[in-house]
Design a protein around this ligand. Structure first.
Ligand SMILES: *Cc1c(COP(=O)(O)O)cnc(C)c1O
Length: 364
């Protein structure tokens, strides 16, 4: 069994994707160009944002966003303890100082802990809609406004998710996306984008990501571009994203219906008002590592997203954080396990996963 089967998805769209690739080759628009412009418009529309600036990957989208927001040396930016390292490393790359806040019980950053971490040097907050479940973006946006901070939403795992009826990405100053192949909207290589409703931020980001403006160079920038092949492929896939999202939700509900009575595990909790897009289906499990071994022996792959919360990784050990500083993130890292889930997954395969989990815990 596969954790994610990207080839299965390609086969469902083979003709459309092959035609899109051929079109890019025939027009030789390999870097930026009409396919990239078309995708930026498509994606802005899909996410209900005024502007979309594409770039090389989701990590550089975060870096470009932080530079567009004016992060400079010594500025503190508060980020979740439990996320992928792009969220924090880009703060350091921009010259800022990473300040971690603990997670809440939905794997989002806890607004109460964020508020405790605000100092006179704090410039902004990054929230992450981890696993596809919106974090408490409304509370974070309110905090940011109250303290005069920026708020960035890392939407790398949450394309098309919503909170209180509004799309993720619409709560903050900038939203960043990744199109890494296995993300809910994935390219056949790297890709990323930021969206915003601010013309000034969009203009800066576009200049900064293209060497400070082609021919003009009004400033030094970086080289962070989406290529034509990825853009053309993404435009094709974007047309199917809401169908795939529905399929993910059906599969997630099937898992939850058939696992929720097991006392030794907890199925994903839903935040009130949130529309989860299930980038990952993450349960909390007793004897988690033994469960993973048991499943692996039966050809069922699982993943840990992520095995260590950021403050406890070698990259940050010099700061001397202990588990007591981030109790919920510390607890989560020992319990979480991601089960296989992707739109093309068969119900038969899913039933097999359920059966083996039940047999591990001695149920039936
Ligand atoms: C995937 C991911 C990123 C980075 O995206 P890349 O395209 O791999 O650079 C950033 N943040 C989160 C939460 C992610 O899951």
């Amino acid at each position: 069994m596969k954790f994610v089967d990207l080839y299965a998805q390609y086969l469902t769209l083979k003709e459309e994707i092959d035609a899109a690739i051929t079109d890019v080759i025939q027009t030789s628009s390999f870097v930026l160009g009409p396919h990239v412009e078309a995708f930026e418009q498509d994606f802005a529309k899909a996410t209900e944002a005024a502007y979309c600036v594409s770039c090389a990957d989701g990590t550089s989208a975060l870096y470009i966003a932080l530079r567009a927001l004016g992060v400079k040396t010594g500025d503190e930016v508060i980020v979740p303890a439990h996320t992928w390292i792009s969220t924090s490393e880009t703060v350091s790359q921009a010259g800022g100082r990473v300040v971690f806040a603990d997670t809440d019980s939905y794997f989002g950053v806890d607004p109460a802990d964020v508020e405790r971490k605000i100092t006179s040097r704090t410039r902004g907050i990054i929230g992450v809609h981890l696993y596809g479940l919106p974090c408490d973006a409304e509370a974070l946006a309110r905090l940011a406004k109250k303290h005069g901070l920026f708020f960035v939403e890392d939407c790398a795992q949450a394309h098309l998710a919503r909170l209180y009826g509004k799309p993720v990405g619409s709560f903050g100053d900038v939203a960043t996306y990744s199109f890494y192949p296995s993300k809910n909207l994935g390219a056949m290589g790297d890709g990323g984008a930021l969206t915003t409703n601010s013309e000034a931020i969009a203009d800066f980001a576009r200049l900064f990501a293209r060497h400070g403006g082609k021919g003009k160079h009004v400033m030094e920038g970086v080289n962070s571009r989406l290529d034509g092949l990825q853009a053309a492929i993404l435009s094709v896939k974007l047309r199917h994203l809401s169908t795939w999202t529905k399929q993910r939700r059906v599969l997630a509900q099937r898992y939850t219906d058939s696992l929720q009575d097991i006392a030794n595990l907890e199925t994903p909790r839903l935040r009130r008002g949130a529309e989860h897009v299930y980038h990952l289906y993450v349960i909390r499990a007793h004897r988690r590592d033994a469960l993973r071994d048991y499943l692996r022996e039966r050809d069922i792959p699982t993943i840990l997203n992520y095995p260590r919360a950021l403050p406890f990784l070698p990259a940050y050990t010099d700061w001397g954080h202990t588990e007591a500083d981030f109790p919920l993130a510390a607890k989560a890292q020992g319990e979480i396990v991601s089960l296989p889930l992707f739109p093309e997954m068969t119900h038969a395969n899913q039933d097999l996963v359920v059966k083996e989990i039940r047999s591990f815990y001695g149920g039936n």
